[in-house]
Design a protein. Structure first.
Length: 293
């Protein structure tokens, strides 16, 4: 088993609002080249010592600018090597047929996980409770049925228009209770304000994983005291090319140098991601549709 980076942003940059695009933490030429040329990105992963990358895409027209075309984009991109490139897509609960859309993404586009970004999509993860957003319940039910993980952004966002009250991890507790067979990933571990909440959820629920992307590796022990207790629930992620994340390889080296048990580090890099994002055996049922200009 090789290393899996469980949180990489290979996204349709041409859809981004200018103020959001300015926050990408790399020079435009570097990011644009990898976004437009998956083979070059795979070569970059080779240089970094990473076998697989989880390509996190989501719909956020109001905050970031991404539309539903992001799903077609990441599906097309991952076709270059579905064993190494894990396509993550998104469905808004306002979609007229969210259940059918999840099914379409998974069965026709090869999407292997659904991203929920509450601060950028402007709703709470548990807004299905009480019936405010019934489409959310449909999304979770279909992902549970299809055995597709749901990745929740937890923690703050510095993007303009983001509403951070929706990023509190405890809001995911209802989802973990109501959908016990749904695999849940808490992206960013609730950093920096709610890391203890994220750890609590990962300890309490067998279906909840703690993912460490966008946390500088050197700060992980202070952000997550007692992280050793999480054992098989940790996932490594870089959040490249997000703010402050200059290089996946450097991030990986710093993670491996952490003063925590080596077996715990290797579990987060290899064994745990294999359980959440299993090896692809899916055959695409539709012809490729390029969403790259």
């Amino acid at each position: 088993m090789g290393v899996t980076d469980c949180h990489v942003h290979i996204n349709p940059l041409w859809e981004m609002r200018p103020e959001a695009r300015a926050l990408v933490g790399q020079t435009p030429a570097d990011v644009d080249r990898y976004v437009r040329e998956p083979r070059e990105f795979l070569e970059y992963l080779d240089r970094c010592g990473v076998e697989r990358a989880v390509l996190v895409n989501y719909v956020s027209p109001e905050v970031v600018g991404y539309t539903e075309k992001a799903n077609e984009f990441v599906s097309d991109y991952a076709r270059e090597d579905p064993q190494r490139l894990i396509a993550i897509g998104s469905v808004l609960p306002s979609h007229p047929e969210p259940r059918k859309e999840v099914q379409r993404l998974v069965e026709r586009l090869g999407i292997r996980g659904i991203k929920i970004h509450p601060p950028h999509q402007l709703f709470s993860p548990n807004d299905y409770v009480g019936g405010r957003l019934p489409g959310l319940r449909a999304i979770y039910e279909e992902c549970e049925r299809l055995k597709v993980p749901v990745i929740f952004h937890t923690g703050t966002s510095v993007f303009p228009r983001a509403r951070n009250r929706f990023g509190q991890p405890i809001l995911v507790e209802d989802v973990a209770i109501d959908f016990p067979e749904l695999t849940i990933v808490l992206a960013h571990g609730g950093r920096p304000l709610w890391t203890s909440e994220a750890m609590f959820l990962a300890r309490r629920f067998p279906n909840v994983y703690l993912e460490l992307s966008s946390v500088p590796p050197g700060k992980i022990p202070s952000y997550f005291p007692g992280i050793e207790r999480l054992g098989e629930k940790l996932l490594f992620g870089s959040d490249w090319p997000g703010p402050g994340v200059k290089d996946i390889g450097a991030n990986l080296r710093d993670f491996r140098a952490l003063p925590i048990p080596t077996d715990l580090v290797e579990a987060a890099l290899t064994r745990n991601p294999e359980r959440v994002f299993s090896r692809s055996t899916r055959t695409y049922n539709s012809h490729p549709v390029s969403a790259r200009p």
